[in-house]
Design a protein around this ligand. Structure first.
Ligand code: SAM
Ligand code: F3S
Length: 441
């Protein structure tokens, strides 16, 4: 049996794509996934170029597996994802031992790329954007997990001035409505209880079927009707398209979880405009207020960038005050990293690194304090927890997630994995909770 090793960098979209690579290769030639790179017949890197010097990281990682190909010339090495999409042929010229370069939209062509590589004895590259063809050519997902991701749209057409995604993943394109529902239903019949709908901007979802316009809120109505689905999550949504209908979904769909990840990036209107985000601080706060009116228990997390070109101390203060005002529960924050080919990279007044670092640590301290306070307030209350598996840090415990996406560890028997249990929170840690099982559904 052939073995494939996949190393994934970056976001959940990339994790989803890596799973799909394995599915495609299994259907093509019976490949099995391995976690030992030295056992692999095929080594794949699914790369990310959203931040840092991702390009250099790929080359150093490639250097680390080169000797495996020297030991066995039949080993194949492939580079996929956003760095592949951006760098294309440069990868081949800098690392001629790479056999395949493919983009986020050409995963389904891996079998034909491998076959061509074999036939022609030459490296193969395909980083095109063949629209939604990718989805039509992916095998039906098979899982034993209680949670699964379902991609509903690809790409991004927002062109925020700092972001490379529209150039590496292409423009927004929604997957046909029926295909999404069939995939959700297939997963539910396999025992999946929690569905995460995935896309760079899920709320830009739009599909016309039988003259009916289906937007994201309508899609949620239908997914919520699928028997077996208990929880619906989605990521990532964009404040610009967070419609009144979507806010209303929190009123009427109890299966929608008590958590929204809504990237804001900055609390300063001046910076938001320079980022071309398409909303103001007040617009963002209004969405949160409306969401809380629709569902008072909803918790909000976000993404932040500090040190965007031209960000002043007063702009940064606006971000800090927004954190207080919205009271975010857990968030991601990053130092601005210039991305080649994006408009912001060419802006004057880049913020010096020491200032970026200092702002990041100040912001992260505040965000962690907030998240810890949320965790502490949960002590003594009971929550429905979907049990995901054995705890990574302590194998004698189980681990699961509350409706609001908090990780909770507790003692219990392995037969609880995949079930929803009621747990009383007994202890709060900065990034997780501990508790005791009360009942099982
Ligand atoms: N679709 C999402 C949204 O609505 O904003 C964002 C997707 S992006 C891949 C994930 C996060 O990476 C962004 O929210 C942003 O905070 C961060 N990011 C993107 N480009 C960045 C850059 N050049 N420097 C630092 N962080 C960046
Ligand atoms: Fe990037 Fe902005 Fe789209 S952050 S993924 S261009 S919404």
């Amino acid at each position: 049996m052939k073995k494939v090793y996949v190393r994934t960098f970056g976001c959940q979209m990339n994790e989803y794509d890596s799973d799909k690579m394995v599915d495609v290769l299994r259907a093509y030639d019976g490949y099995e996934k391995t976690t030992k790179v030295e056992d692999a017949d095929l080594i794949l890197f699914n790369t990310c170029s959203v931040r840092e010097k991702a390009q250099e990281k790929v080359f150093s990682d490639l250097g680390r597996v080169r000797h495996l190909k020297e030991l066995n010339p039949d080993v194949r090495i492939g580079v996929g994802g956003c760095v592949a999409s951006q760098e294309g042929k440069v990868i081949m010229s800098r690392a001629p031992y790479v056999d395949l370069v493919f983009g986020p939209q050409t995963i389904h062509r891996l079998p034909s790329l491998l076959a061509e590589r074999q036939k022609k004895g030459k490296s193969q590259i395909d980083i095109s954007f063949p629209e939604v063809e990718k989805f039509d050519n992916l095998p039906t997902p098979i899982t034993t997990s209680q949670s699964a991701m379902v991609s509903i749209m690809e790409g991004c057409s927002k062109y925020c001035t700092f972001c490379v995604v529209p150039y590496t993943r292409g423009e927004e394109i929604s997957r046909p409505f029926e295909d999404v529902l069939v995939e959700v239903a297939t997963l539910a019949t396999q025992g999946v209880k929690e569905i995460t709908l995935l896309g760079q901007n899920v709320n830009a979802y739009y599909h016309e079927q039988d003259n009916e316009a289906i937007d994201f809120a309508t899609l949620l109505d239908y997914v919520s009707e699928v028997p077996g689905v208990e929880r619906i999550r989605f990521t990532t949504s964009h404040p610009k398209e967070f419609s009144a209908a979507l806010i209303d979904s929190y009123r009427k769909l109890p299966k929608l979880v008590d958590h929204v990840h809504l990237p804001v990036q900055s609390g300063s209107d001046r910076v938001l405009e320079a980022m071309k985000r398409g909303y103001t601080r007040a617009d963002y706060i209004k969405i949160i207020d409306d969401l809380k009116l629709a569902r008072s228990t909803v918790s909000i997390s976000s993404d932040f960038i500090v040190g965007f070109p031209g960000e002043t101390a007063s702009d940064f203060d606006d971000t800090m005050s927004l954190v207080d005002e919205v009271n975010f529960d857990g968030s991601f924050s990053f130092m601005y990293s210039p991305r080649p080919g994006t408009p912001a990279a060419a802006l004057p007044s880049h913020v010096p690194l020491p200032i970026k670092k200092q702002r990041l640590s100040q912001l992260q301290d505040k965000l962690s304090e907030n998240a810890f306070r949320f965790n502490q307030r949960m002590i003594g209350s009971e929550y429905d927890v979907l049990v995901e598996g054995v705890s990574k840090k302590d194998p004698s415990k189980l681990s699961g997630r509350t409706n609001s996406n908090k990780v909770i560890n507790f003692e219990g028997q392995e037969r609880l994995i995949g079930h929803t249990v009621k747990i009383e929170v007994t202890e709060a840690l900065p990034n997780s909770l501990r508790g005791n099982v009360i009942t099982r559904d």
